[in-house]
Design a protein around this ligand. Structure first.
Ligand code: AMP
Ligand code: GLY
Length: 420
């Protein structure tokens, strides 16, 4: 079959890598792709948030299956346009993508589904929001309702910080995303992510992971999109995961179906775990980046079969073949990230690295210039490895980093510290 993957990051490179290993894939196109994906697939220039353009491109190229990587095209209705055009797609409708695109919508679904999550208030008026904060006290969490590229959440340790966040959000710091705010009870505990395929009815877990959001070792410094991840996440034990499926995930899937907006795609559930129980922090309607890289490393070619079963509403007959393995990915970012950074530096040493089912460098922000791989983003490479233990996966990943010659980049040296 002919497959189109939308996106240009490490997540999409990992998806492309897994899909290419499956003999069902005859032709793979990625749009827009990056220098790493260009080594294994055709790259096409396409406005991936324009559903009409994506559907027309898919028809012209006799695409049988489209996998949508990032959330923006989903929130923009690209999956809807593809389904209307009769093209199979992995990813939820715009209505179902509200589970990520609107935090107040997610809270409403949790209420209806009786899913354990933080207590909250929802406001469109700054004074009412501030009164609620003063009444609740700190610590407290202030969230812009809409998509804010991971920056719309302020975990306030004191009331002043929370009140300032309200001024920022209603003042337009997050554009339209902050016109509504959700204010939540602060939950403490350990965070972990659970990835579940849903076909509208059936929910099938495909793995757990933990990422590292802070830029520096010891979880210090600024928040980033994620500096590394590993799977499985030991804190999300089988018992806690099974209970979370019963109490949170399946009731969410059932509630979405009941409303006539069934959820189809991967549901990325962020949990806060304490005293043996998970509570929902957030949903995302796509794979995590870089969590997808470790999941794909562990799933390999079967990922395509599972995503197809999801799109064809046959998850009830699908099965995940688990290996008792571990994977880790370490992000190499441009010096300065998540602040300003330079583009265009040359990365050497990649050609000499092993590329097999246990070692892969997924490209996140790279461009090929005159035959050389250059950095063109903040997060640039995802050095990913698999092993029988997390330690083995870690050692392989860091050994690959030793072979990469890129003075303009940096990486954390302690990915996986909680689990090791
Ligand atoms: P979100 O975009 O909702 O995942 O929030 C980003 C991050 O903020 C999460 O990964 C948590 O670390 C933190 N966070 C969000 N909500 C809460 C909460 N209610 N209590 C504690 N931390 C939170
Ligand atoms: N790594 C966090 C995310 O993809 O949202």
């Amino acid at each position: 079959m002919n497959i189109l993957i939308l996106g240009s990051g490490g997540r999409e490179h990992a998806l492309a890598w897994a899909v290419m290993q499956n003999p069902k894939c005859d032709r793979l196109i990625v749009a827009p792709g990056n220098a790493g994906m260009a080594q294994i697939a055709e790259c096409a220039m396409l406005d991936i948030e324009d559903g009409g353009a994506v559907a027309a491109f898919a028809q012209e190229n006799t695409i049988d299956f489209v996998i949508v990587g990032p959330e923006a095209p989903l929130a923009a209705g690209v999956a809807d346009r593809l389904r209307e055009a009769g093209i199979k797609v992995f990813g939820p409708s715009a209505e179902a993508a509200k589970l990520e695109a609107s935090k107040s919508f997610t809270k409403e679904i949790c209420d209806a589904a009786h899913a354990p999550t933080a207590a909250y208030g929802h406001f469109t008026d700054a004074e009412a929001a501030k009164a609620y904060i003063r009444e609740q006290g700190a610590p407290i969490v202030v969230k812009a309702d809409g998509l804010a590229a991971g920056k719309g959440v302020i975990v306030a340790m004191d009331v002043e910080t929370a009140l300032d966040a309200i001024d920022d959000m209603f003042g337009g710091a997050f554009g339209g995303a902050g016109a509504e705010v959700v204010i939540e009870e602060f939950m403490d505990g350990e965070e972990a992510s659970y990835f579940i395929l849903c076909d509208g009815k059936t929910a099938l877990p495909i793995g757990t992971a933990q990422d590292h959001k802070r830029e520096g070792d010891g979880d210090t410094g600024l928040n980033t999109g994620g500096m590394g991840a590993y799977s499985p996440a030991p804190v999300l034990t089988d018992d806690i995961a099974a209970r979370a499926m019963r109490e949170i995930v399946q009731p969410t899937v059932d509630e979405m179906a009941k409303r006539g907006t069934p959820y189809q795609g991967v549901l990325y559930a962020g949990f806060m775990i304490k005293d043996g129980q998970a509570r929902l922090v957030e949903y995302n309607v796509r794979f995590g980046d870089p969590e997808c890289q470790v999941l794909m490393m562990r799933l390999g070619a079967q990922a395509l079969d599972l995503m197809l079963a999801c799109a064809e509403e046959r998850l009830h007959e699908a099965q995940v073949n688990w290996a008792d393995d571990h994977a880790m990915t370490v992000v190499m970012a441009a010096n300065g990230y998540p602040g300003s950074y330079e583009k265009g530096s040359v990365i050497n040493g990649l050609d000499a690295l092993p590329e097999d089912s246990k070692n892969m460098v997924f490209h996140a922000g790279t461009t090929e210039v005159d035959g050389k791989i250059t950095a063109s983003g903040g997060r640039v490479l995802n050095v990913t490895a698999r092993g029988d233990s997390l330690q083995e996966a870690r050692d392989r990943a860091y050994a690959m980093i030793e072979g990469i010659n890129w003075p303009e980049g940096f990486n954390r040296s302690d990915i996986g510290w909680r689990a090791l």
